[in-house]
Design a protein around this ligand. Structure first.
Ligand SMILES: [Zn+2]
Ligand SMILES: [Zn+2]
Length: 269
């Protein structure tokens, strides 16, 4: 059976609560033998580290999600540096910029709220990049409706830090700019959605050694589970779509994506 990793799941979410041993067992039975639990704030980072301590094939990324940037402390770096020392913390993130849900879309907010939110997101993203640079880890990047600003912030760090643009839904030319910076893209179940031809075209164009697979569980279940709670076992369906899209075998995709993950998340073992 070709083996795959789920390089981006939120195992600490309440959706999975008491069921984690079964969820991890189902993943293993489907050939998904490593899972990286991605954090969204400091408490979530601590939970991800605990899960990594509890389950041998679970690893953690520590960070603060851009959508929750306003709740973040002014300086996240000392906490991130401490967490990053843990042997099973394999990356910083998720971090990045998300301009999809701006305050101005909510009633009663002022235009300057958007600017303040974007500034705080940028500051937080920069802090993750700085800690990544000093710890030698890479960054799991969340980017939504913010490609230009995200690339602009990453570029000065590109010699020292690589990013994986997770849940990649942009087009092939965006992928090429990301790869040119030394970074990677990863694909979720979105790649199998009927209306996602652009994403499939981008996957087809991505060099086999520049991509990884992920579920973003509990979100974004692939076909035929769309609309249900997503779980790491579904990387199997995602791998089938990506292999078909790229015209490669599952064995080739398995070998390439696992090697890429080990190279990117250097403490993964
Ligand atoms: Zn994300
Ligand atoms: Zn996520």
């Amino acid at each position: 059976m070709p083996l795959f990793y789920d390089t981006h799941a939120h195992l600490d979410y309440p959706d999975f609560a008491d069921e984690l041993p079964q969820i991890i067992a189902r993943a293993e039975a489907a050939g998904i033998v490593k899972i990286i639990s991605i954090a969204t704030d400091l408490r979530s980072s601590e939970r991800a580290v605990k899960l990594a301590e509890q389950f041998p094939n679970v690893f953690a990324a520590v960070g603060w999600h851009p959508s929750d940037a306003l709740q973040a402390p002014d300086d996240l770096r000392p906490a991130l540096r401490d967490l990053a020392r843990h042997p099973k913390v394999v990356a910083l993130g998720e971090t990045g910029l998300d301009y999809h849900h701006l305050p101005s879309k909510q009633p009663g907010s002022a235009p300057e709220d958007d600017a303040r939110f974007k500034r705080k997101q940028a500051e937080l993203f920069r802090q993750h990049l700085e800690v990544a640079a000093v710890t030698g880890l890479n960054c799991v990047i969340h980017q939504r409706d913010s490609l230009e600003d995200t690339l602009a912030l990453l570029t000065p760090f590109a010699e020292r830090v690589r990013g994986v643009f997770h849940c990649f839904t942009n087009d092939a030319s965006a992928m090429q700019r990301i790869v040119a910076l030394g970074s990677l893209v990863s694909f979720t179940g979105v790649v199998a959605f009927k209306n996602a031809q652009t994403v499939r075209d981008a996957a087809a164009a991505t060099p086999l050694d520049k991509l990884m697979l992920e579920t973003d569980a509990p979100f974004l279940a692939p076909m035929p589970y769309r609309g249900k709670r997503c779980e790491p076992a579904y990387v199997k369906e995602i791998s089938e779509t990506v292999a078909r899209t790229k015209g490669c075998t599952l064995e080739e995709l398995s070998a390439a994506t696992c090697a890429t993950a080990h190279n990117f998340f250097r403490k993964l073992r």
